[in-house]
Design a protein around this ligand. Structure first.
Ligand SMILES: [Zn+2]
Length: 259
């Protein structure tokens, strides 16, 4: 990036912090420059340059400048590309979008270009906006995101003996190795720390990993399958990040309360 040139890109708002009297510090996932954090001077006052565009998970056309040595960019203008009004009208959808932003923010480092992840988020926000809410969308997003972020779990074979998935149950998912163990290897290795998962649930995840996003809502999950997939992916993400994500806990709590 060259100093003092105005650069235009699309970005999705990951996180916002109010700063000083009227500024905001904003983290975006941009299409062309990866994760980018910048200061929007006067953002809480200037309707001309920002027009209330800076809100979580909004997709924006952003103009920014950044000096080579600076950690933070100057956000000069932002205009709304997609505001996702139907997501904002629905609590479960809003919390899901907030969880997606949190996940991306926690995993990605600044300045590493990854347009595939930008497009993944766009696809899933569009699904949330248009389709009825379904929990499997959260699992399929996690799975696809992990793949693009370089942490794809191995789900099509046993990571110990390499034999492909067989119909016998249950398998065990080991967060520390990022893959499945067949019942035989789990027994042979005496490992009881794996997360038990049925072959049916693994096959549902494999199906959701590669389907066209537009057809994901056609893949249904039984309650048991949803529980197992949740346990497996949440356990793996917790292991990779070394912590629980608060946004996921809030989403789970609201679902438990049946809101
Ligand atoms: Zn095995």
């Amino acid at each position: 990036m060259i100093a003092s040139v105005h650069i235009k890109t699309r970005g999705i708002v990951l996180r916002l912090i109010d700063y000083a009297e009227s500024d905001r510090i904003v983290s975006f996932l941009t299409e062309d420059f990866g994760k980018l954090t910048g200061i929007a001077k006067g953002a809480r006052k200037s309707r001309k340059r920002f027009a209330n565009a800076l809100e979580p998970f909004t997709c924006l056309a952003v103009v920014f400048s950044k000096k080579k040595s600076a950690k933070m960019a100057f956000i000069e203008e932002a205009a709304i590309v997609d505001h996702y009004p139907c997501i904002r009208e629905n609590l479960a959808k809003t919390l899901t979008a907030a969880y997606f932003m949190d996940l991306v923010d926690q995993f990605l480092l600044e300045g590493k270009r990854n347009p595939e992840i930008f497009h993944l988020i766009r696809d899933f926000l569009l699904l949330l906006e248009k389709e009825k809410y379904a929990e499997n969308m959260v699992r399929f997003f996690e799975l696809r995101f992990l793949r693009l972020a370089g942490y794809e779990p191995v789900l099509d074979r046993c990571t110990s003996c390499s034999k492909p998935l067989q119909a016998s149950s249950p398998y065990f998912f080991s967060p520390s190795t990022g893959g499945l163990r067949c019942p035989f290897c789990a027994d042979r290795l005496g490992s009881t720390d794996g997360i038990p998962v049925s072959v049916g649930s693994v096959k549902t995840l494999l199906l959701g990993k590669d389907s066209d996003p537009a057809f994901l809502n056609r893949i249904s999950m039984t309650d048991q399958c949803a529980r197992e997939c949740h346990r497996l992916l949440s356990g793996f993400i917790r292991y990779l990040l070394g912590k629980e994500l608060k946004s996921l806990n809030v989403l789970n709590e609201v679902k438990r309360m049946g809101i």
